[in-house]
Design a protein around this ligand. Structure first.
Ligand code: ZN
Ligand code: ZN
Length: 360
């Protein structure tokens, strides 16, 4: 991604702002700032307006900002908000949007007080996030790399699955391998859950050890140059009984049905419905307690949400996950998750790892 690409992104968002009758947008959400400028430091604010955008950060990030962005940078001593307000007072902008879900009330109050009465602050929702849904070729290449790195880290960790291993040991192996393979970090804390604990969709790894005849759920993702991947696979230590087999088969068929429903032009909720329909026939729909998937990119959870009520039309270039699951308290849970790329006529399943239950 070049400086020119970031400039084009800022121009597109500025055009969206004009449609909402806004002169400028204060961007405070880190991943949005990274998307629009390339800057990945943790303390920054972006004032976006036409092509006169200005990035504010503090002296710790001066060198990094010089390396990462071609956007004009103002290195501020002290509060970024105060310096930003001062800079706004010198401009002829009147209607300024701010990210309503990413600016604290305290920050809003500070800004409001520092701005002249003629300047209005308007809550704005998801202008940048909507633009981020469809990925560019460069972004797709990074997501592919992230997915491959993640799958390799998984494949290299299977040999550690044996009696006596702790959930936390396995999580540590996965993250270690991932970093050795070039990931900067995990995209999120790996979920490793044994036995009954797999019924917790977002279980945190504990010191619990693996014993024979147990299911295990592994949900992991890599962060490669800022881009996320996401995959869930199931294994069984011993010989899975008919109940596990039946549940696994139902979730796999639901996952395949959802994957085959993906193509440009269908809505996000239609994909969710495709998975739910299969589980309903099996009487397992009530055990499917979350949505079928989510967009991913610079963040692990992005738009769209593949669930009931999201009528976003899928478009070629969207990267999404497909991850139906069923969870039975006291027994366990099963989820199968792939990262896929929406195409004109269907989708490209990026995850290369087999979807079969891994029997060890
Ligand atoms: Zn996941
Ligand atoms: Zn996911």
């Amino acid at each position: 991604v070049t400086g020119q690409d970031f400039l084009i992104r800022r121009r597109l968002v500025a055009a969206d702002l004009a449609e909402c009758r806004l002169d400028a947008l204060i961007v405070s959400h880190g991943p949005n700032i990274r998307y629009l400028t390339g800057f990945s430091g943790s303390n920054a604010l972006l004032f976006l307006s036409g092509d006169k955008s200005l990035l504010f950060t503090d002296p710790r990030y001066e060198i990094q900002a010089g390396e990462e962005t071609t956007c004009k940078v103002r290195v501020a001593q002290g509060s970024l908000l105060t310096v930003l307000a001062k800079s706004i007072r010198r401009r002829s902008v009147r209607r300024i949007g701010f990210e309503k879900s990413c600016l604290s009330f305290g920050a809003y109050e500070t800004l409001k007080k520092a701005l002249p009465p003629g300047v209005s602050l308007t809550p704005s929702g998801g202008v940048v996030e909507l633009r981020r849904m469809v990925k560019s070729e460069d972004e797709i290449a990074l997501i592919r790399r992230s997915v491959l790195t993640n799958s390799r880290a998984f494949a290299g960790s299977i040999r550690y699955i044996r009696p006596g291993v702790r959930e936390s040991d396995l999580a540590a192996h996965l993250e270690f391998r991932m970093r050795r393979l070039g990931a900067q970090a995990p995209a999120f804390e790996a979920i490793v859950a044994f036995g009954e604990r797999s019924a917790l969709p977002h279980a945190r790894p504990t010191a619990k050890t693996l014993v024979n005849n147990q299911l295990l759920l592994i949900d992991m993702g890599a962060n490669v140059d800022g881009y996320a991947s996401d995959m869930t696979r199931m294994a069984f230590l011993g010989r899975p009984g008919p109940r596990v087999r039946r549940m696994y088969d139902a979730v796999l068929r639901a996952q395949l049905a959802a994957v085959s429903s993906v193509r440009e032009g269908v809505t996000a909720e239609e994909v969710d419905r495709a998975a739910r329909r299969v589980l309903k026939v099996e009487g397992l729909d009530r055990a499917f307690v979350h949505s079928t998937g989510h967009g991913l990119g610079l963040e692990i959870h992005e738009l769209p949400r593949l669930g009931k009520g999201d009528r976003t039309f899928l478009k070629a270039g969207m990267a999404i996950t497909i991850e139906p699951g069923v969870y039975l308290q006291g027994f366990g849970g099963i989820r199968i998750e792939d990262t896929v790329l929406v195409t004109r006529n269907g989708c490209d399943v990026l995850t290369p790892t087999s979807r079969e239950l891994i029997v060890l």
